[in-house]
Write a protein that binds this ligand. Structure first.
Ligand SMILES: C[S@@+](CC[C@H](N)C(=O)[O-])C[C@H]1O[C@@H](n2cnc3c(N)ncnc32)[C@H](O)[C@@H]1O
Length: 278
């Protein structure tokens, strides 16, 4: 189920603004498989390059909008390829880091701090359009990600492409074995991260269906602590809007050893999306 009321979206956005401020965000890379494992980085780079080359047919340099840019794991590859990138994030500290890392690309980078939906609304108002919208490890942070995607599609120009990566496949669409493997590999990593008792209490509470508005942990990775992200609903939505949409399924987990095992076994628990306006 996708939550669509704007109050829920605002609560999640505020939780993210706090969680990704510099004091709270020390362990981001440690917990971000797509940033720490080279196999996933390579996979993302191939998808990004395909999108970039396709966009070059219509615009040079391509204009890219990076939503939930963080400190730039998606922004910097596009800057390196030669794109002009607008990076949006609700956490000012993340954008400052991104600006520092992107200093070689000078005026090719623009940043906007704020809730991505509100920023997109203002872009629509001023009739800004992009060749590529990328949302890396981001959709699961947005309670109403389908409404969000619908909005993003409006500010893509002709032949525009939407690229997202690193969201959890909807949990109840995974087989039991896959779900057990995925959860088990997560626990192997999680047990080494501290805060175990409080983490277990939160999990037990959520298993009973109780979520708290004032809990940062319940609202930051909104759909990670619920039922994952609905890949089929996203594909149906894009197809219905006249896009050609491909879902790319793969395995991701935090620990490097289990990442290798899961990939070799062909387990799939995560996905990316490439959708092209046709
Ligand atoms: C998991 S990080 C991903 C960062 C980067 N895209 C990456 O893949 O490494 C999620 C980012 O989304 C930002 N974020 C979460 N909710 C947001 C919202 N409603 N509007 C804008 N940014 C948001 C967070 O501040 C954080 O930097």
């Amino acid at each position: 189920m996708v939550y669509s009321d704007s109050k829920t979206n605002k609560i999640a956005a505020s939780a993210n603004a706090i969680a990704y401020s510099s004091d709270h965000n020390k362990n981001y890379i440690e917990g971000a498989p797509h940033v720490k494992h080279s196999s996933l980085l390579d996979m993302y780079m191939r998808l990004a390059k395909d999108c970039y080359n396709e966009a070059l047919r219509y615009s040079s340099p391509p204009k890219v909008l990076d939503l939930g840019a963080g400190d730039g794991s998606a922004t910097i590859p596009f800057l390196e390829m030669g794109a002009e990138v607008t990076a949006v994030d609700i956490a000012e500290d993340q954008l400052k880091l991104l600006q520092r890392k992107s200093s070689p690309y000078g005026n090719k980078l623009h940043v906007r701090c704020g809730d991505a939906l509100e920023v997109m609304k203002s872009m629509q108002h001023t009739q800004q359009h992009f060749n590529i919208i990328t949302a890396n490890s981001f959709l699961h942070h947005i309670p109403d990600y389908l409404g969000f995607i619908r909005f993003a599609a409006n500010i893509l120009g002709p032949h525009g492409q939407f690229l997202s990566f690193q969201d959890p496949l909807r949990y109840d669409s995974l087989g039991k074995l896959t779900y057990a493997f995925s959860t088990g590999t997560y626990f192997c990593w999680r047990i080494l991260q501290g805060d175990i008792l409080a983490g277990m209490k939160r999990r037990l509470r959520r298993n009973k269906g109780f979520y708290l508005e004032d809990s940062i942990e319940d609202n930051v990775e909104y759909h990670v602590v619920r039922n994952g992200v609905d890949q089929d609903a996203i594909q149906t939505l894009f197809n219905g809007m006249g896009f050609n949409c491909r879902i790319i399924r793969y395995f991701s987990t935090q620990s490097s050893g289990w990442q290798r095992v899961g990939s070799v076994l062909g387990v799939k628990n995560s996905f990316g999306v490439i959708a092209k306006k046709v």
